[in-house]
Design a binder for this molecule. Structure first.
Ligand code: HEC
Length: 117
C-alpha cells in the first residue's frame, strides 16, 4: 500500500494546483498573487474581509476590496503602511517576498482584475 501513496499524493496535489490557479496557471504573476491570498487568509482575514465574498467573523479593518480601490492605494503606499506602526492594526512581520505577494494580491482586487482563488 505504501507504494501507491506518493503517486496518489502527486495526483491530489496536481488536482489542487489546477483548481487553485485555474486557467491562468501558466502566468507567474497569478501564482504570486495566489501566494499573497494564502498569506492573507492566514494573517489578515481575522480582521479584514480579504476577498470579494462576505466572510464569517467581525471585520474590524476595512475590506481589501475597499483598500484596493481607494485612490491613495499604490504598491508603494501599501509597502509603507505594512512596514510602519499603526494604532489599531498590529505590526505584522512579513518577509520581503511575503509582503510583495500580499501587496500584489491586494492590488489585484482593484476593479475587475481580481483572481478567484
Ligand atoms: C488584529 C487585526 C488586524 C490584522 C490581523 C490585520 N489588520 Fe490591517 N487593519 C486593521 C485595522 C483595525 C485597520 C484600520 C486601521 C486604522 O484605521 O488605523 C487596518 C488597516 C489596514 C490597511 C490600511 C487601510 C488604509 O486606510 O490605508 C491595510 C493596507 C491593511 N490593514 C492591510 C493588512 C494586511 C495586508 C494584513 C495581513 C498581512 C492585515 N492588514 C492584518 C486590523 C488588522
Amino acid at each position: 500500500m505504501t507504494v501507491s501513496r506518493p503517486a496518489a499524493c502527486a495526483a491530489l496535489l496536481a488536482g489542487l494546483l489546477a483548481v487553485g490557479t485555474g486557467a491562468a496557471a501558466a502566468d507567474p504573476d497569478e501564482g504570486h498573487r495566489l501566494r499573497g491570498w494564502t498569506i492573507a487568509t492566514q494573517l489578515c482575514s481575522p480582521c479584514h474581509v480579504i476577498g470579494r465574498v462576505p466572510q464569517a467573523g467581525d471585520a474590524m479593518g476595512p475590506s481589501f476590496v475597499r483598500i484596493a480601490n481607494m485612490p491613495s492605494t499604490t504598491g508603494l503606499a501599501l509597502n509603507v503602511f505594512l512596514q510602519s506602526h499603526h494604532q489599531r492594526m498590529p505590526s505584522l512581520r512579513l518577509d520581503r517576498d511575503e509582503m510583495d505577494a500580499v501587496i500584489d494580491y491586494i492590488l489585484s482586487l482593484k476593479e475587475a482584475e481580481a483572481i478567484r482563488p
